[in-house]
Design a protein around this ligand. Sequence first.
Ligand code: 2DT
Ligand code: MG
Length: 250
Amino acid sequence: MSTSRRGAFIVIEGLDRSGKSTQADVMLDRLNASGISAKLMKFPDRTTAIGQMINAYLQSKADLDDHVIHLLFAANRWELASTITQTLESGTHVLCDRYSFSGIAFSASKSALKHKEAIPTPSSSDIPYTNPNLSYIWCRDPERGLPAPDLTLFLDISPEAASARGGYGEERYEKAEMQARVREVFGQIGNEMLSHNQNEDRSEPTKDGAQPRWVVIDAGNDKTTVSKDMWAHVEPLIAGVDSPIGRLWY
Ligand code: 2DT
Ligand code: MG
């Protein structure tokens, strides 16, 4: 990669059991095997002090108010934001297993389920604020300004197919009803991501080769097919990126 180019920020999102971590490892190996420098990150990063609080919550060893845990997930990203930026600026690609989109999807879904409300949508905004529901906008705000991915690969799988892959684990959120809600919110986030960029249609590559920022991958396929589908979107980025690092939702 030419020294003037920065690394690409590539996020992998999806439901539990969609194959995110497996595919992130495959992609990292493929990049490294070609001599391309890439770093794998994961959120939540359970190794930090904030990450340990999140871990205790997910394992039901601690109870936290829904607002508090939401802000801790966001804080966990902010504490690593400068690492992401510096890594990209040094010319290394960053692959990230979950990011802000999981933050919104899980908190908004949990709150809607708990209060038996419809899933909050971007357009429903915060008015009226039905305390203590965590609206979509409320969930999104702490994420605003974080480094924006150049590409998000959403590994889409039905909750039924996901649970057929050996069942869910014991952590909070690993339940079919929750996963179905989360998938819907991810769908809304995808639509918003595609329409956000000055209403530019980024669902297809543009003439100058710019990639869509949010890509849905059929994660119900076999592992090799999924890897191949993902790689087709990553390949145009491996020579590096010329444009400055974006900021989420600005
Ligand atoms: P893993 O199974 O991938 O370790 O995730 N989650 C994740 C949130 O609720 N908010 C967030 O911001 C992030 C990154 C998704 C553990 C669970 O934490 C959820 C599943
Ligand atoms: Mg999990």
